[in-house]
Design a protein around this ligand. Structure first.
Ligand SMILES: [Zn+2]
Length: 394
């Protein structure tokens, strides 16, 4: 089982210069390698479509070609960076192409603000005497606020405006003991960042999250009033980025707290499959910012449940808000109708409560069955920062 741990690190001035330089060397390598592969694939396209080969026969370049070439032709800057960190950068280029072939966007060149992390995939880092020792960079102060379980596989360093973080991705070798399922709940996640359980309980996100979001709107408006390319504008850009960071942290804390509560209280938790939901519901709604928060909550719940031998199930959200949870008949209502009022069986319920019950009922398994064990422990765990393409940020 995989688990990711993130800690803040406190580099001194000298180390920070080296970290920044490493980041920039990796970013240049990333962009150059990307350009090389783009060019080759465009030449291939040219040959395929028009049968012309203006600069000789093109070849397909893959990760190994680029890694081989790199090892024999390092620049002075690249020599200052651990070789596996450079290789990992090439791996990221490779992954962005693989993602593209799997239907994601075309790989993008990375600006200074976007490219914010580099990874030691195996070696070059060590935790000793309460410091994080990084090859070619130094021994950096770190506060290990929680114990690391399992063995550390990769180490990713990330810059977040003016702060630095390290993420360790660990492999934990403990047997997962499936618990017997006694308690179960369905969960409806609302647009207004409200969560409703099938017993009718609702959880509101904390008020300060709302306040930060208002603050963001305010600061963004300020940014738009600043003159292009002015010094003031740049300062304001940093202010906005910091509010973004605060919201991200608050949202993550909320997701951790809520998922912990859910997994402590329930053995089997049923959510709507948001990926399917986005296709079902209209685009305007799907773009809601709450989506980001919800997939994070679901992922956190999955990994905590996995750890505890419990189950998280995702069901198709079709008709969960329209059907009556009492009799199963369809009761059409648009978003403004907050109360489910069934003319067939007389059931009157809060709209989201009704949906949560439907979600629970859609679950494929019933309380007390044993065959569910087959799917336990197969859910994937937290996404380590280092394993996602760099252009996604988090
Ligand atoms: Zn009914």
């Amino acid at each position: 089982m995989k688990k990711a741990y993130q800690f803040r690190i406190y580099p001194n001035k000298n180390q920070e210069v080296k970290l920044n330089r490493t980041l920039s060397t990796c970013r240049h390598l990333y962009n150059n390698s990307l350009a090389e592969r783009k060019r080759e694939s465009e030449l291939n396209e040219l040959e395929r479509t028009f049968g012309v080969t203006p600069w000789g026969k093109p070849q397909w370049i893959n990760y190994y070609d680029q890694a081989n070439y790199l090892s024999g032709s390092k620049t002075d800057f690249q020599k200052e960076v651990h070789s596996q960190v450079l290789q990992n950068t090439l791996k990221r280029v490779d992954r962005s192409f693989k993602n593209f072939y799997n239907g994601f966007g075309y790989p993008r060149f990375q600006g200074r603000d976007r490219y914010n992390s580099f990874t030691f995939p195996q070696k070059g880092f060590e935790l000793k005497d309460g410091k994080l020792s990084l090859s070619k960079i130094g021994n950096i102060n770190i506060i290990l606020h929680r114990e690391i379980e399992g063995s550390i596989k990769t180490c990713t360093i990330k810059k977040d405006i003016d702060q630095w973080y390290v993420t360790f991705s660990c492999e934990i070798d403990i047997p997962i003991i499936p618990v017997e399922i006694h308690t179960k709940t369905g969960i409806d996640v609302g647009l207004k960042a409200l969560l409703t359980m099938s017993n009718g309980t609702q959880i509101q996100p904390p008020k300060f999250l709302r306040e930060s979001e208002d603050k963001l709107t305010q600061e963004q408006r300020r940014l738009s009033r600043k003159k292009l390319r002015s010094h003031n504008r740049n300062n304001q850009r940093i202010v906005v980025a910091k509010v973004h960071r605060r919201i991200r942290n608050q949202r993550r804390d909320f997701a951790h707290k809520t998922s912990r509560m859910l997994v402590e209280e329930y053995d089997h938790i049923v959510f709507e499959d948001l990926q399917v939901q986005n296709m079902v519901k209209n685009h305007h709604l799907a773009k809601s910012i709450s989506d980001v928060g919800w997939s994070q909550l679901i992922n956190f719940t999955k990994s905590k449940a996995e750890y505890a031998g419990k189950i998280v199930e995702l069901v198709n959200p079709r008709n969960t808000s329209q059907n009556c949870s009492g009799c199963g008949n369809t009761v059409q209502k648009d978003l403004s109708v907050r109360i489910h009022n069934c003319p067939f069986c007389g059931l009157v319920l809060d709209r989201d409560h009704n949906a949560a019950i439907n979600i629970e009922n859609k679950s494929m398994y019933t309380v007390g069955t044993t065959e569910i064990n087959a799917c336990q422990g197969t859910q994937r765990s937290i996404d380590a920062a280092g394993s996602s393409p760099p252009f996604r940020g988090e």
